[in-house]
Design a protein around this ligand. Structure first.
Ligand code: TYD
Length: 137
């Protein structure tokens, strides 16, 4: 899986004097059916999250509030996305190593996932992740 398939999706925005509203629909604004959502919050300063890839799961990551960095790695190339807008959705395909850091105070990381939670779907060992990429190429 190549890092070139990672993309930022600009979500719709409805702006009026009462404030802003954004939304997403499965298979319309994002390229999969939604099976799960979860959110990460109250991350202490200096902590990192993630540090894994998935065999099957694909995700959309949104900074609903505050900011943080998402570092992505396909085994050959790395790319960092700094998220700080609630209408930017980062699409991360399966098979991409990712971790998140530099969470601002009160940041809220919202994630929409294509599969239900399954610990078996995780690759949590970076060396094994790299080895699996070498064995495939
Ligand atoms: P984990 O995926 O390790 O967090 P992160 O990738 O952000 O570092 O998940 C932390 C814990 O929460 C772990 O015990 C698994 C559990 N968990 C669920 O039970 N369901 C879920 O949907 C997720 C994402 C995690």
């Amino acid at each position: 899986m190549s890092i070139d398939l990672v993309k930022i999706i600009k979500l719709p925005k409805s702006l009026d004097e009462r404030g802003n509203l954004s939304f997403l629909e499965e298979e319309r604004h994002i390229p999969f059916k939604i099976k799960r959502s979860y959110w990460i919050y109250d991350v202490p300063g200096g902590e990192a999250r993630g540090g894994h890839s998935y065999h099957k799961n694909e995700e959309i990551i949104i900074a609903l509030s505050g900011s943080f960095d998402v570092i992505l790695d396909d085994g050959n190339n790395k790319k960092t996305y700094s998220l700080n807008r609630s209408y930017y959705a980062l699409f991360v395909p399966k098979g991409i190593w990712r971790y998140m850091e530099n969470f601002s105070t009160n940041s809220l990381c919202f994630i929409v996932a294509s599969t239900v939670f399954d610990e078996e779907d995780y690759q949590r060992d970076y060396q094994q992740f790299i080895n699996s990429k070498i064995n495939k190429s």
